[in-house]
Structure formats: C-alpha cells, structure tokens
Design a binder for this molecule. Structure first.
Ligand code: B12
Ligand code: SF4
Length: 481
C-alpha cells in the first residue's frame, strides 16, 4: 500500500503567509520514525510536512493527486486537532475511498470519542505507531492489529492496546530526508550553531507531573537507546546534514539523570565538532555532571520550573522545590552553560499574587531565557480531570470542532477560539496579560541586559547576539508572546 503521512497545516491564510517569513521551529520526529519503518520494509511512503512548509489545503490535495496514496495518516496535537479534522473532511470529499488514519497524543487520549464524532476518520492509532502502521500498510486484517480503534460499518471497535516499542535500537533513524533541515529555525539553538537537528535518545517518563500529557504516548516506563546507536545517528547528522547543534528532544528530562550513561555519552562524543542541548530536571543537576556536560559541548539546558510557589509545585506533583530550582540555576550559571527556565501559569489555585511571585522568582534565577506558558489542560492528564470535575473548563463542542466558524483562528493556536480555563481567582485574559508582563519584565531587566552585554567581547559574538535578538523577535511575533 502507498502511504502518505501529513503534518497538520495552518488554516489561516494570514498565518501561513507569516510562517513563510518566520519558519517552523522543529521537525516532527514521530512521523519521521513512522516513515522510516515503512521505508525499511520497502513500502512506498511520503511524508508531507504541511506544517513546516505552510501548505494550503489545495496544495495538499494536489500532492494527494500526484502521489495517489492508498492510505493517508495525519498527525496532530490537541491544538492542531480542529484543523486536522477539517483537512480530513476535505480529503474525504475529494477522495472518499482513501482510509484516513489519525495518530498522536491528543487522539490517543480520546480515540473512541474521535471516531464516534468525526465520520471522516476511519482509524485512530493509539500510542506509539511504528509497528501498528506497518501492519496496517501490510494489509493485515484490522481486527488483528493491536493499538487501533476503528470503524466497522456503524460500530466502533477497540482492539487490545499495543505496548510501547521495547527496543528503540531496533528502529531505523527517523526519515529526515522528507524535511528540509535548513528550513527550521529555533533562535536559542541556532545561537550555538546552525543548522540544528533534534534527536530522540529515550522514550517514556517516570514522573507524574499532573499537567503533563507525555505519558499518553510514551508511557511511564523509560526506554533508553544505546550510546552506540545515538552516536551513530549523531555522526550521520554531522556528516550528511552538516549539523552544528543537536537538541536532545526526548519526551522527558531523563538524559541527565543516569550519571553512568551520561558519562559514557560524553566520552563517546569527545572530539566531535558540535554543540548540544538537553532538558534536565532541577534535581538532577550537580557539579560533577555539569563539568562533564560543559566539557562535552553541552551549551544549553532547558529546565521545567513551572512556578515560584512551593504550594503550586507541590500541587502539580513536580517533585522539586523552588530552592532546588534556584540551586540548579546557580550551578548552571557557575559553569557558564546557557539555560532556559520554563514556567507554566494557570494552576487551579493561581492568583495574581502567585504569578507576581513567580515573576520575581524567575528574575532571581539568572537564566539566559525565560519562557512562560499558560496551562492547556490536555485530555488524559490529571489536570484535565481535576479542572473538568471542578467545572473550571469551558470545552468546545464537537459541533464547533466539526464546523469551525469562518475566521475562527488566533495566532498561537489556530484552532483554539475561546479560553478553556475558567479559574476561580483569575480570568484567562488576565493570565495572558501577566504572561506578557512576565516576559517583558524579565527581558527588560537592567541586570539581565547588563549580564548579557558583559558576555559580548568581540564583533562575531555581537553579531550572534544581534541574530539571536532578531530570531527572538520573530519567535515572539509568531507565538504572540
Ligand atoms: C519535540 C516536541 C515538540 C516539537 C515537535 C512537535 C512534534 N509533534 O513532534 C515542537 C517544538 C515543534 C513542538 C510543538 C508543540 N508541542 Co510539543 N512536544 C514535543 C515532545 C517533547 C516530544 C515529541 C516527540 O517527538 N515524541 C516522540 C515521538 C516518537 O512520539 P510522537 O511524536 O507522539 O509520535 C508517535 C505517536 O504519537 C504516533 N503518531 C503520531 N502521529 C501519528 C500519525 C499517524 C498517522 C500514526 C499512525 C501514528 C502517529 O506514532 C509516533 C511514533 O511512535 C512532546 C512530549 C511527548 N512526550 O510527546 C511534546 C508534546 C507532543 N507537545 C505538545 C504540545 C501541546 C505542543 C504545542 C501545542 C506547544 C505550543 N503551545 O505551541 C506545539 C504544537 C505543534 C504542532 N503543530 O503540533 C504536547 C501535546 C499534548 C496533546 N495532548 O496534544 C506534548 C505531549 C507535551 C505536553 N505538554 O505534554 N513540540
Ligand atoms: S513535565 Fe517533564 S518530568 Fe514531568 S511528567 Fe512531563 S515529561 Fe516527565
């Protein structure tokens, strides 16, 4: 069977025009893994990056006519779901005989409801999809395939779940050739070298932060790739794609947790010419691993701080305290590694005062960048259930999802129309305003500006900073921050 995989495009024409000027941030590796597994079995496959290339529905339709697939797979997250549904509807209208498969974290958490409500989707793949899609493409009867929910005439059939891929080394490297690696821009990464590329070294996260949707696909059991397989992929990225910065884009911040593995990795990449970055938990940072990371070319650590309020951190079951976060940043700064401090505003008990406290906390860390986001309660997370039960969620109806109104788009999430959160103490509008104030106060803080200017010692460094500044402005414009 010929398989066409599509990343969900943007619906708004204005946004598509904008994104052509402000390129996409990172290629999706999940679908690239799917394509690689099919290619390895000689199944004709094409990955159409409609998101990254900002394609219109008409352009996608043309590609479908050109490639003539037997099945179409669409990947989407929660925020892209409405547009994905519209795309599926258009495809079904033009090519009614092509089965449409949906996959990704959002539909994995609401698989039966999706099929019940959306007539244009034929199969939902739940969880990791490599071997499930392979079996579909090989023509195995649907009733025998684990990990799918499908429509059989008028009934919705839910098959046995498929366990996550046990041996990650057995998977081929993601089919990156479907992406133009140079089209992707992420200023924080490019500061250290371009082009950059993401790589996945593990799947699954053992932690249980209540807002996080990561377990829906990756599960709670950590699966690690061997260091030799990771290094082989890095060598390929350096040679074939001339990559200068690699970001470890794992589901979870587990990369810095296993000292022995980390040290094995650092030794294995010694002497290779690239810089890299990873996510880390504040409680996994210590002097020994920081020295090792810096010497091995690590230039960026991304830390999920979430809040400066101990009670909110506890409520989220984050497992770290503000003191641990402060200490982690003190050490990171001491070792001269750049850092991103990521915050999330909008816990159920959030107030204006608690956000102001988080703002002050963020400014004390001395991080290189601060990113604050507003909680989006994804189905399948504890946060969703809690907010739903306490009537703090204003959900879109399926009718609205199936038939979005004209012009029903906003810049950040093209298919989100109304604010979902209705917190008792603070309005969504206020949350957005405080998010902007937080960014403004952090980046305009004279101490921050002074710290940054002190790092500029020569013209090439000044040029890199100017490029970074321009990149950040474009990034903020794109995300409406
Ligand atoms: C790297 C990353 C990004 C990258 C790349 C995006 C991507 N989709 O790959 C960037 C920076 C672009 C990004 C952006 C966003 N992200 Co993000 N991201 C991640 C992260 C950390 C890893 C994703 C990954 O590579 N996983 C590993 C691969 C192997 O898994 P996968 O991508 O899920 O794909 C597998 C299965 O889902 C399935 N599958 C997926 N698609 C399909 C399609 C078909 C047809 C089939 C059969 C199977 C299938 O098979 C794949 C292979 O096993 C996850 C965290 C996580 N644990 O997933 C968040 C995550 C996916 N992101 C999330 C969100 C919300 C976003 C943003 C909305 C953030 C924002 N506010 O802008 C945007 C949305 C962008 C978009 N248009 O989809 C949420 C999604 C929640 C949800 N329920 O939808 C996650 C889970 C994080 C979280 N908050 O919990 N993200
Ligand atoms: S927020 Fe990070 S540490 Fe917490 S469960 Fe999600 S991936 Fe794991």
């Amino acid at each position: 069977m010929r398989v066409l995989l599509i990343t969900t495009p943007y619906k708004s024409r204005l946004y598509r025009r904008l994104i052509k000027q402000i390129p996409a941030t990172m290629p999706f590796l999940g679908v690239a893994y799917l394509a690689a597994v099919l290619e390895k079995q000689a199944i004709p496959v094409k990955l159409l990056d409609a998101w990254g290339r900002a394609l219109s529905f008409a352009e996608i339709e043309k590609e479908i006519q050109r490639f003539r697939p037997d099945i179409i797979g669409i990947t989407c997250t929660a925020t892209a779901f409405g547009v994905s549904v519209e795309l599926a509807k258009k495809i079904k209208f033009c090519s009614p005989d092509i089965p449409i498969i949906f996959g990704g974290p959002y539909v994995s958490s609401i698989s039966q409801e999706t099929l019940r409500q959306i007539p244009w989707i034929d199969i939902v793949v739940v969880g990791e999809g490599e071997y499930t899609l392979l079996e579909i493409a090989q023509g195995r009867p649907l009733r025998e395939i684990k990990g799918i929910v499908y429509r059989d005439n008028s009934t919705i059939v839910t098959n046995e779940p498929r366990p996550p891929v046990a041996d990650l080394d057995a998977l081929p490297f993601p089919a990156r050739h479907f992406y133009n690696i140079k089209d992707y821009v992420r200023p924080f990464y490019e500061f250290h070298g371009k082009p950059f590329a993401p790589i996945i070294t593990s799947r699954g996260c053992p932690f249980k932060c209540r807002f996080c949707a990561s377990h829906i696909v990756g599960g709670r059991q950590v699966r690690l790739r061997s260091i030799s397989s990771i290094v082989e992929e890095i060598d390929m990225l350096l040679e074939k794609y001339k990559v200068k910065f690699i970001v470890i884009a794992d589901d979870a911040p587990v990369f810095t947790m296993d000292q022995k593995r980390l040290s094995e990795f650092c030794q294995a990449i010694a002497g290779k010419k690239f810089f890299w970055g990873a996510k880390a938990r504040a409680d996994s940072i210590n002097k020994d691993n920081l020295a090792m990371l810096r010497d091995a070319g690590c230039r960026l650590l991304e830390i999920g701080c979430e809040s400066g309020n101990p009670d909110i951190l506890q409520e989220w079951e984050k497992g770290v305290s503000p003191e641990q976060i402060k200490e982690a940043f003190r050490l990171i700064n001491q070792f001269g590694i750049n850092s991103v401090a990521m915050f999330m505003l909008g816990a159920p008990e959030e107030t204006e005062e608690s956000i102001r406290r988080t703002m002050r906390f963020a400014r004390q860390l001395g991080a290189t960048y601060v990113i604050a986001r507003i909680l989006y309660p994804y189905p399948g997370t504890d946060a969703y259930h809690y907010l739903y039960e306490h009537q703090m969620l204003r959900l879109k109806s399926w009718e609205e999802i199936r038939n979005p109104k004209k012009g029903d788009t906003i810049l950040l999430h093209p298919n989100l129309t109304t604010s979902e959160l209705c917190l008792p103490e603070i309005s969504f509008k206020k949350l957005v305003a405080l998010q902007r104030i937080m960014h403004f106060l952090f980046y305009s803080d004279p101490r921050y500006i002074y710290r940054t200017l002190r790092k500029i010692k020569d013209w090439p460094t000044a040029r890199r900073y100017l490029r970074l500044l321009w990149g950040v402005i474009r990034f903020c414009l794109k995300f409406g921050l």
